[in-house]
Design a binder for this molecule. Structure first.
Ligand SMILES: [Zn+2]
Length: 277
């Protein structure tokens, strides 16, 4: 999903962090690289975080830990510590990278801090992510054939729309699920979505969810029938309710697939359900 841009300014963060370092042992180092650091953050923003367009910074490798400590052990009340605390204090109820329900409890570095330590406290490079996504993402960014694996949560504005699509194939009492990018997307965006899904292991995680969700759906439709309520209308309520904050939530993708499938709706209205309900 597309996230609102961070409240803290990524460029001002450089100046504020350098200023705070002026009382410490790294004062000279940070003062010496401040201008280039700021330029590199600006270049990140200009390139929208695209891995192939944002270079690493070999000259600061010997001071890598000084950067990483800004993120890993910020002092209470420090400028980057306050920024990190504010980003962790989000209101999200699902992971913006995969759409699975549950408050994401970690921050991800879009460009990994091990390769790009100078972006470890750059707000534009940080966003909430679930543990499952982070475990799969690790230090990956892209490769020679496909330089960008992941949708950027602040710059890839097309992700504000539904970009994931499920197709449900009969038999509807034990269906097969096909899952991937929305086919109507332009080819580059479709390729990015499919790579993102693959690299974060979303297909395997969705498969279990969809199987369970299908059983819940049959139980729900049985109830609707018993109460003489319209199946399609009520499933529409469930779908619309799951569209906030993103139409890429797992439930919304599921109910959208059901409601787009005329044959399945006939089955849900009139078919014989299996006994496992
Ligand atoms: Zn996730």
């Amino acid at each position: 999903m597309l996230l609102e841009v961070p409240a803290a300014c990524s460029l001002e963060m450089v100046g504020d962090v350098v200023e705070e370092r002026q009382a410490g042992v790294n004062a000279g180092f940070f003062a010496g690289i401040a201008e280039e650091w700021r330029d590199r953050v600006q270049a990140y923003v200009d390139a929208e975080g695209s891995p192939s367009a944002v270079p690493t910074w070999p000259d600061i490798e010997y001071k890598k830990n000084s950067f990483l400590n800004l993120y890993l052990s910020p002092k209470d009340g420090s400028v980057q510590g306050n920024m990190l605390a504010a980003m962790r204090d989000h209101k999200l109820s699902l992971c913006p990278a995969c759409g699975e329900a549950g408050a994401p409890n970690t921050l991800d570095h879009y460009l990994p801090k091990g390769l790009y330590p100078h972006f470890c406290v750059t707000p534009y490079n940080l966003f909430p992510m679930c543990d499952a996504c982070q475990t799969n993402k690790k230090d990956k960014t892209g490769d020679a054939a496909d330089p960008k694996f992941f949708i950027h949560p602040y710059f890839d504005v097309f992700a504000a729309n539904q970009v994931l699509q499920l197709t449900i194939e009969p038999p509807f009492d034990a269906p097969a699920f096909e899952f991937g990018a929305v086919p109507q997307l332009p080819a580059p965006q479709r390729a990015l979505v499919n790579r993102h899904v693959k690299e974060l292991g979303i297909v395997q995680r969705y498969a279990r969810f969809f199987r369970n969700q299908h059983q819940r759906l049959l139980r729900l439709c049985q109830k609707l029938r018993e109460e003489d309520l319209d199946v399609e209308t009520n499933l529409g309520f469930f779908r619309d309710n799951a569209a906030v904050p993103t139409r890429n939530s797992w439930e919304h993708v599921f109910y959208s697939a059901v409601l787009c499938n005329a044959d399945m709706l006939v089955y849900l209205r009139d078919g014989d359900f299996p006994d496992y309900r």
